[in-house]
Write a protein that binds this ligand. Structure first.
Ligand code: SAH
Length: 216
């Protein structure tokens, strides 16, 4: 049973999170509205629900984490600025929080996760939240999904050791690939497909779990 309306998971708590996101520079109203709708406490263990709306990353089992609200909002805002919203590819489903946000911004979400236990838990969670436009796949996401390309946007929620150039070809014209890169010192980057090729923008310093090879 979700602790709806009670203290730390109430509408007021969510409203405070949105105000904080605005203060942190998030300004896309649609992204802010969606972040206010999706119940973040439903994605973490009940014992951590009271911290769900704080600006923290939290453990989700299997040694993985749910990203802090700011970074989810930031990456969502960057990918939502593309010209079309037909499909988006997410690499690193985790608990499905970012997936759920994307499901309200794009017609279809394809999300790949390497840990089988997370795929199973997240499928159940998304279905209980009545999110039906997200397709989850248990696989190593580093090659993307060439069969379903092109994508209007691609987002990687684990840090790649090097720029994932193979995924650039899976972008639609005007599409954006947003990803963290690096090991200890990580940076958020964005690659955009433009008429005569690609542009790359270096964004802020970030901290993500690493992108790992193979499945578990
Ligand atoms: N998007 C999540 C963040 C999950 S953390 C959120 O909303 O909070 C990153 C996830 O990427 C982990 O679940 C990890 O298992 C997964 N991951 C790491 N390497 C991967 C790979 N090569 N392919 C697919 N998923 C991967």
């Amino acid at each position: 049973m979700l602790a709806q309306g009670s203290g730390m998971t109430s509408v007021r708590t969510r409203t405070r999170m949105i105000e904080r996101l605005r203060a942190q520079g998030i300004c896309d109203e649609k992204v802010l509205a969606v972040m206010g709708q999706v119940p973040r406490h439903a994605f973490v263990d009940e014992a951590l629900a009271h911290k769900a709306y704080d600006d923290l990353s939290l453990p989700i089992g299997f040694g993985q984490t749910i990203s802090q609200p700011y970074i989810v909002a930031r990456m969502s805002e960057l990918v939502f600025a593309v010209p079309q919203h037909r499909n988006v590819l997410e690499i690193g489903t985790g608990c499905g929080y970012q997936t759920s946000i994307l499901s309200k911004l794009f017609k279809t979400v394809h999300s790949i996760e390497r840990v089988g236990g997370l795929v199973r838990n997240t499928r159940d969670r998304l279905s209980s939240l009545e999110i039906h436009n997200a397709r989850l796949r248990h696989a190593d996401g580093s090659r993307g999904l060439p069969d379903l390309a092109p994508f209007d946007a691609i987002l990687i929620t684990a840090a790649a050791p090097i720029v994932p150039e193979n995924l650039m070809d899976q972008l639609a014209m005007g599409g954006r690939l947003v990803f963290p890169v690096g090991d200890v010192d990580q940076e958020l980057r964005m690659i955009e497909r433009v008429d005569d090729g690609f542009t790359e923008t270096r964004l802020e310093k970030v901290k993500f779990v690493p992108l790992l090879p193979g499945i578990a």
